[in-house]
Design a protein around this ligand. Structure first.
Ligand code: NIG
Ligand code: FE
Length: 418
């Protein structure tokens, strides 16, 4: 890989700052360089500064002219369910006509209907569907995603999904961090306790020995896995060297955030119903909250998580899509930024930090991606706007000009249209 020079950024949003997740007032500090540029050597950021200064050092470099647009690090989407078969159009229509998520799940829709389709799909078919979706993410400016299993729920099908995630990582430019979510729902063929045993005795040892996942997640919720069952699974996962994430307090304040704190999980995700005690527990243990406003929006609900209280309590907030066929069918981080600002009252700057550097730290990738700092991988996007706040302000379409991943490989460009 040669040398690249990015010139003429109206704002180069670097997110330069301490080498740890950003908290409190740091979350609004984007370290923007006006009229900025950067020099990239061998895929890594070598110099960051004023465009004029970069141009002087760019003799042998291929020039990327940002054309007075905003340049941002690639989005890091820290919570997705990327690999599944089919869609949930029937659930979507039933919800539109007034049925609830829980009613639809009880009547044979919900997670279970996606499990049936995913079990029936071959790995080749699943990979083809996932590759198409990986393109959607890249086109929205996302260069790294976390991806969970969880629509298999048998040893065979969970391993099948995790292997598809591995191949997706190898065969597309999207960087993918795998998470094992064998306890996403109770399969029809057994009780919750039987499934917990299967996850602990049969699935987790295979996942760990084949190194198919970095994290283990559990859907800790009434009707899914209670706190005791979730604790058993996550404790077993931790012993095998996996790090932890938890679907916590989405439908009820059921103690998920507190369990995350007790187990020193890396993240607790959703948190729509988490109260101040859960927030305080997360702070004490350094758990990062991952907020998923797309799922609240798409389910037609009104209870967004308490982002302001979390920021004020000193938590290193992350926002993510929760991309999945049931509750959040969007790959768009720009849409999530819009929801963070309009529904959770985060500022555009806070939303950008939560979608980049804080998200990167939540995947243990904070020293490699998430900001435009010297030594980091040159994953970045050019947005078709002059002011970074526009990324959260215009909504309903990704305002991308071009996207660069894998240290400067262009995967999407509208340059020819201008
Ligand atoms: O994060 N809450 C559990 N899992 C997903 C929904 C999955 C589905 O409905 O298929 C979520 O919202
Ligand atoms: Fe989820």
């Amino acid at each position: 890989m040669g040398t690249l020079a990015v010139l003429n950024a109206s704002q180069l949003v670097t997110l330069t700052g301490p080498r740890r997740p950003r908290i409190g007032a740091e979350i609004s500090q984007l370290a923007i360089i006006r009229d900025g540029g950067m020099l990239i050597r061998n895929g890594k950021i070598d110099i960051v500064g004023l465009s004029d200064e970069i141009e002087k050092k760019a003799d042998d470099a291929e020039i990327i002219d940002a054309g007075r647009r905003v340049v941002l690090p690639g989005f890091v989407d820290a919570h997705t369910h990327l690999v599944f078969a089919g869609n949930r159009l029937d659930d979507f229509e039933r919800r539109a006509l007034g049925e609830t998520y829980e009613q639809i799940a009880a009547a044979g829709g919900g997670i279970w209907s996606t499990v049936e389709k995913t079990r029936a799909a071959s790995d080749v078919d699943l990979l083809a569907q996932a590759k198409k979706r990986a393109q959607w993410f890249l086109r929205c400016g996302t260069t790294t995603v976390e991806a969970k299993s969880g629509y298999g729920l048998t040893v065979h099908d969970e391993l099948k999904i995790l292997r598809v995630i591995r191949r997706l990582n190898q065969e597309t430019p999207l960087e993918i961090v795998p998470t094992f979510l064998g306890a996403h729902a109770v399969p029809r063929e057994m009780s919750a306790d039987e499934h917990v045993n299967c996850v602990i005795q049969e699935m987790l040892p295979r996942v760990a020995s084949e190194k198919l996942a970095e994290f283990c997640d559990v859907f800790c919720e009434r009707g899914y896995f209670d706190v005791e069952q979730s604790r058993e699974i996550l404790t077993a996962a931790k012993k095998l060297g996996l790090k932890l994430r938890i679907h916590a307090d989405q439908l009820t304040n059921s103690g998920g955030a507190k369990l995350a704190a007790e187990l020193k999980a890396t993240t607790a995700d959703h948190l729509e119903k988490t109260d101040e005690r859960g927030i305080a527990a997360m702070k004490t243990s350094g758990v990062q909250p991952v907020l998923l406003p797309g799922s609240v929006y798409a389910l037609g609900w009104a209870d967004y998580p308490r982002a302001r209280e979390m920021i004020e309590a000193g938590l290193a907030v992350v926002i993510a899509t929760d991309f999945n066929p049931g509750s959040s069918p969007t790959p768009s981080m720009p849409m999530v930024l819009s929801l963070a600002c309009t529904q959770m009252k985060m500022s555009p700057a806070e939303a950008i930090t939560a979608a980049t550097i804080n998200a990167a730290y939540s995947l243990n990738l904070g020293d490699k991606i998430g900001s435009l700092e010297i030594g980091k991988l040159a994953n970045f996007s050019i947005f078709d706007c002059k002011d970074y706040r526009e990324i959260a302000y215009w909504f309903g379409f990704p305002p991308m000009h071009s996207v660069y991943v894998c240290g400067g490989r262009c995967v999407m460009s509208r340059a020819e249209e201008n």
